[in-house]
Write a protein that binds this ligand. Structure first.
Ligand SMILES: Nc1ncnc2c1ncn2[C@@H]1O[C@H](COP(=O)(O)OP(=O)(O)OP(=O)(O)O)[C@@H](O)[C@H]1O
Ligand SMILES: [Mg+2]
Length: 284
């Protein structure tokens, strides 16, 4: 670690545990989106959240971010209920979240400044540059506006920004959903590598629709059922962050877990279609 990093990590908040207890949530009275969720997540877990569209994955992330309040139950961090956004949690969304009028470097600098208000512009600049280099950019990207960068590059800047600010908890909502397969694979490897090498390990909640992405990145996969969504499956993934992409996909344990996950998701989809009468219509 270099001296800039030391200066920018001295007062990092610590999070040991996130406890979701009996959580239910409705945007509109009497229409529950999430129901009876219980989950305990320890520091350093990489939790991938899977589930059908509309089951409440983004809503769950918004609750973790403190942007919504539970209708019933509670989410607490180290026994303190979440009461709003906080420096202990960072978010990365699908739409990159960069300010379009600021360069990539300025975006990272602004995030650093909010987190470390006492630092000089030169210090912020040098750490921002370092963090952009850390995700594989050269110095030129620092001066580029988001619109001058591809979607994948913008998301890479957003990831550099999230890790630069260094929150112990990262909330990522389908961050690679809009990217092509190759860029997506590259960024999956980047996030996996950053998570694996960063000590203490960040606690990550990562929403995805993709079973392979969940198994590739996660140390744990949690599946939410149809809305009102509760947890219908929760499993640990062996060798998270360790083995290479191909070794992970080929291991027997991985293949079995993949089949089990797909079975649970398919059963949930079938129940939903049957409940909505879609099987009956399709059969005519
Ligand atoms: N601000 C809001 N006000 C009212 N209802 C909302 C709001 N945001 C989301 N919803 C509803 O809550 C439900 C869950 O939405 P959410 O965005 O959490 O689903 P999701 O699992 O993230 O879906 P997707 O995979 O398509 O992103 C949906 O029925 C949606 O219409
Ligand atoms: Mg969503």
């Amino acid at each position: 670690m270099n001296s800039d990093d030391d200066k920018f990590r001295e007062d990092a908040p610590v999070v040991q545990n996130i406890a979701v207890k009996d959580l239910s949530f409705a945007y509109v009275k009497d229409k529950l989106i999430l129901k009876d969720i219980d989950l305990s997540v320890a520091a350093g877990e990489f939790v991938c959240l899977l589930g059908q569209s509309g089951c409440g994955k983004s809503t769950f992330l918004r609750l973790l971010a403190g942007l919504e309040r539970p209708t019933r139950g509670e989410i607490s961090i180290d026994s303190r209920p979440i009461e709003g956004a906080g420096l202990d949690r960072g978010v990365v969304f699908q739409d990159y979240g960069l300010f379009p009028w600021m360069t990539a470097g300025e975006n990272v600098m602004l995030a650093l400044k909010q987190r470390f208000p006492g630092r000089s512009v030169d210090e912020l600049k040098s750490v921002a540059l370092e963090k952009l280099r850390g995700v594989g950019f050269d110095g030129a990207v620092f001066r580029k506006l988001p619109r001058e960068l591809s979607g994948g590059m913008q998301q890479r800047v957003a990831i550099a920004q999230a890790f630069a600010v260094d929150p112990p908890v990262l909330l990522m909502d389908e961050p690679f959903g809009a990217l092509d397969a190759v860029t997506r694979a590259m960024l999956q490897d980047l996030v996996s590598e950053l998570w694996a090498k960063h000590e203490p390990k960040k606690t990550v909640f990562f929403v995805t629709h993709d079973v392979d992405e969940a198994l590739l990145l996660g140390s744990r996969v949690v599946v939410l059922g149809q809305s009102p969504g509760g947890v219908i499956f929760d499993c640990r993934v062996p060798a998270a962050g360790g083995a290479s992409r191909s070794a992970r996909f080929e291991s027997t344990e991985f293949v079995r877990l993949r089949e089990t996950l797909i079975r649970h998701i398919n059963r949930d989809v079938a129940e939903r279609l049957s409940r909505d009468g879609l099987f009956a219509r399709g059969a005519k």
